[in-house]
Design a protein around this ligand. Structure first.
Ligand SMILES: Cc1ncc(C[n+]2csc(CCOP(=O)(O)OP(=O)(O)O)c2C)c(N)n1
Ligand SMILES: [Mg+2]
Length: 531
């Protein structure tokens, strides 16, 4: 049987890419131009070398890939056909760029001779993502008489190298000409050349700080455990956002928003903030960066780019140590204040209780996903310090793709436990507002192959985008104009929505119903009435 050059190239490229980078998941949306990649992926998946997820919508697919890459901390491959299919990756690609999530975009294209001449489904795909994807490989179409195996192996190596020290998306624009595929070679039978994984050895810059200065550690999105370690080593209070990966341990001051907002005496004594990740949730924390009395030290983020909103950071460093005795009285005072200012929960179905129940229901096997808007800010105010995996797209804080991202996270969570032989797979609980849920309603479509996921889409329905009520404009225009321009209340029936997509549906109208609803397994849309 003849082997099409397209297929020789696709099979060798994918087999090597998966083998070298330890790719566990490939997401694919159907198309003609990308068929050689599809055939090779299916072969690898059937042989158990990679997991394949097929989606009909590239926009949604890209957010799911982002979720899987986030949760597995491993590059995920995406395959699309040419044209608008590629452009549909853009929102998730922007988020991945701003939060340092490794995605490998394999975008099929027409060969050079068919570009710019009006050929069907052909546009300028190279450079489409602009600065969000600085590394783009524009790869010539495979052809007879060329050593396509060598070209494919070299490209896989080049892509691996490009991902080193560059967390974020990489685009590989792959041209193909007819014949677009063949049944052979079988990608799963290609022996991958074993290579030592490339090592990135970045230079590490230390800062030695004076321990006596009243310091707090701020952990924004993507901060990670380093923030907790630093705070605990030197007795500094820790203000950690929900998706920082650092909201746990004895140094976490969960009520930091209230203490800053109320201008507690301790808040006035802060002289230095040390920032990890990208904090974006509260005005109170942002105000600290602008405060002339407070110096800012930024620990360089490996994922979330440079952070210095007030443009007055004193230092950017990688590691921090101190030069003097640590005084734990400062931390003790903060902990006392935090305990004294604990939130008082009312006995009703409100945002605070919704967040509280969500965290109470979730344990070490589970994942929480928080949509943008009000509910994540509520979590920032009231969520306990608890070591659970909490995710949120804070790179750009879009309300888009939240259901898809949660699906990708649930897939990673499911695989992690299934691969380790643990029977009780956790539940992924995605909490979001009503507009956020409707924005991504089409991501309720699911692949039967992923049907055993435990995924809850918890919709805090408060009748539109109520976060805008906190804007000054809500006071300066009349209610009708406000409702139309900002609140955008919708009348979608979430029950029918869930039914249409084959999801279970639970409506929560009273606080007492919530805890039980949050134990539902399988795919369930839980509508929580907040008004
Ligand atoms: C893609 C995108 N479009 C628009 C916005 C602006 N935006 C921020 S919050 C919001 C409304 C969210 O409403 P909902 O999900 O109901 O949350 P609520 O504030 O009511 O809790 C909008 C439109 C955004 N962040 N991302
Ligand atoms: Mg809402």
């Amino acid at each position: 049987m003849t082997e099409a050059p397209s297929q020789v190239f696709a099979a060798n490229f994918l087999a090597n890419l998966v083998g070298t980078l330890k790719v566990g998941h490939i997401y694919l949306a159907p198309g003609s131009r990308s068929q050689a990649l599809a055939v090779a992926t299916e072969q690898l998946a059937s042989a158990g070398k990679v997991k394949l997820h097929v989606r009909i919508d590239e926009r949604s697919m890209a957010f799911s890939a982002l979720g899987t890459a986030l949760a597995t901390q491993t590059p995920v491959v995406l395959i699309t056909t040419s044209g608008t299919a590629v452009a549909n990756l853009h929102p998730a690609v922007l988020e991945a760029h701003h939060s340092g999530v490794p995605l490998i975009l394999l975008t099929a294209d027409r060969p050079a001779e068919l570009r710019g001449v009006g050929a069907n489904q052909t546009t300028e795909q190279v450079g489409l993502f602009g600065a969000a994807v600085p590394m783009v490989f524009d790869v010539e179409a495979p052809s007879a008489g060329v050593d396509e195996t060598k070209r494919a192996v070299d490209l896989a190596d080049a892509v691996s190298a490009a991902l080193l020290g560059h967390p974020g998306p990489v685009q590989v624009n792959l041209s193909f000409r007819e014949p677009l595929s063949s049944a052979l070679p079988d990608a799963s039978r290609i022996a991958v050349v074993e290579r030592e994984p490339l090592q990135d050895e970045p230079e590490v810059e230390w800062a030695i700080l004076d321990a006596s200065l009243e310091t707090v550690v701020i952990a924004g999105a993507g901060a990670g455990e380093e923030a907790v370690e630093l705070a605990e080593s030197f007795g500094w209070p820790l203000f950690a956002e929900p998706s920082s990966g650092a909201r746990f341990g004895l140094n976490a001051i969960v009520g930091y928003r209230r203490l800053l907002q109320n201008q507690h005496d301790l808040a006035k004594q802060i002289k230095r903030v040390i920032v990890f990740g990208k904090p974006t949730l509260s005005r109170q924390v942002t105000a600290l960066f602008f405060d002339e009395q407070i110096e800012t030290v930024v620990v360089r983020s490996k994922t979330h780019g440079l952070f210095d909103v007030a443009r007055r950071a004193k230092q950017f460093v990688d590691e921090i140590s101190v030069d003097s005795e640590v005084d734990f009285a400062w931390l003790a005072a903060w902990r006392t204040a935090d305990a004294e200012n604990e939130i008082v929960f009312e006995n009703k179905l409100d945002r605070a209780n919704l967040v509280r129940e969500l965290y109470q229901a979730s344990g070490l096997n589970d994942c929480i996903v928080l949509g943008a808007s009000r509910l994540i800010r509520e979590a920032d105010s009231v969520a306990p310090a608890k070591p659970i995996a909490v995710f949120s797209n804070r790179g750009l804080a879009g309300i888009d793709g939240t259901i898809a991202t949660a699906t990708g996270i649930a897939i990673a969570n499911h695989d992690f436990f299934a691969d380790n032989g643990v029977e009780s797979v956790g539940i992924t609980r995605a909490l979001m507002g009503d507009i956020t849920a409707l924005h991504d309603a089409s991501s309720l479509v699911f692949d039967q192959q992923d049907s055993d996921l435990n995924l809850q889409v918890i919709v805090g329905n408060d009748g539109g985008g109520t976060i805008f009520e906190t804007l000054e404009i809500s006071q300066t225009i009349d209610d009708q104009a406000f409702d139309r321009l900002f609140r955008t209340r919708q009348n979608v029936d979430f029950w029918h929505l869930a039914e249409a997509y084959g999801w279970q549906y639970i409506r929560v109208e009273r606080l007492e119903q919530l805890a039980e609803a949050l134990q539902t397994r399988g795919r369930v849309l839980i509508e929580v009435l907040l008004y």
